[in-house]
Design a binder for this molecule. Structure first.
Ligand code: ADP
Ligand code: ADP
Length: 225
């Protein structure tokens, strides 16, 4: 099974903030929680894993792929839902997902329809597919973000603080969606909410001030035994 290996990754920003200090983590298949308060370095690590930012030091492997050197290959197998997910409010869910599918290289119209229809159902947005994204609730937008991130069947899905701002019902629906996805890929969820991790993830790490304080299996993992 695929796993992600992060070794001695450090990053200091131009303003002197040391956002990551010698981060070493092994992230197995399934749901992984990265838990930490605001400013801990979560987004910096997520962007680095998503090949959007370079660390100063360290190495990262996804299976055999060198994430820092083989960016194009990694991007083809990666889905990323950033903390601030921008959408075009005037497009419908169906239109925008189709557009992103074209960008992902799914050029055949029929296969694109098959893929996007499946994702709209999987994310529970089928009934809303003709509605404009501008009218979507926070939870609907996040589920749409997952649909976009899942285009191309990524083996690694990175979601950065996805439940912040969701109401309780939307949050549960969103977490259930992620746990479905986690059954056959590596899913990394960054969050400052302990329950996101304890309810969903089998493995976790705690990060604070750029340092990993703890890596552990969760009670959730114990319950699965
Ligand atoms: P780097 O060292 O990676 O080049 P910089 O310090 O030059 O990073 O900043 C990159 C961008 O991030 C700049 O546009 C800056 O305005 C923005 N930025 C600076 N400080 C912060 C901060 N504390 N949090 C988030 N963004 C910041
Ligand atoms: P988190 O996602 O856990 O809130 P971040 O990775 O966003 O943490 O930030 C870690 C630290 O790095 C914070 O002190 C933040 O202000 C700083 N930081 C983040 N981005 C930048 C940037 N582009 N330039 C300078 N400092 C940054």
């Amino acid at each position: 099974k695929l796993s992600l290996s992060i070794r001695n990754v450090s990053k200091t920003y131009g303003n002197g903030v040391q956002a990551l200090k010698n981060v070493t983590l092994t992230i197995p298949n399934g749901m992984y929680g990265l838990l930490g308060p605001n400013g801990a370095g979560k987004s910096t690590l997520m962007r680095t894993l998503a090949t959007l930012q370079e660390p100063d030091e360290g190495s990262i492997y996804l299976g055999d792929l060198n994430v820092l050197n083989q960016k194009e290959e990694v991007r083809q197998t990666l889905g990323y839902l950033p903390q601030e997910f921008g959408i075009y409010p005037k497009a419908s869910a169906e239109e925008l997902l189709d557009y992103f599918a074209v960008l992902k290289g799914i050029t055949n119209r029929a296969s694109r329809k098959e893929v996007t229809d499946h994702l709209l159902r999987q994310t529970n947005l089928w009934d809303k597919r003709r509605q404009k994204l501008g009218g979507f609730s926070g939870g609907m937008k996040q589920r749409f973000g997952v649909a976009v991130a899942l285009l191309g069947n990524p083996k690694l899905l990175i979601v950065d603080e996805p439940t912040a701002g969701l109401d309780p019902a939307e949050r549960v629906r969103f977490l259930n969606l992620l746990s479905e996805v986690g059954e056959n890929s590596v899913v990394i969820l960054s969050t400052h909410i302990v329950e996101d991790v304890s309810e969903l993830c089998t493995n976790m790490a705690i990060i604070n001030r750029g340092e990993i304080l703890l890596q552990a299996k969760t009670n959730h993992a114990v319950a699965e035994l």
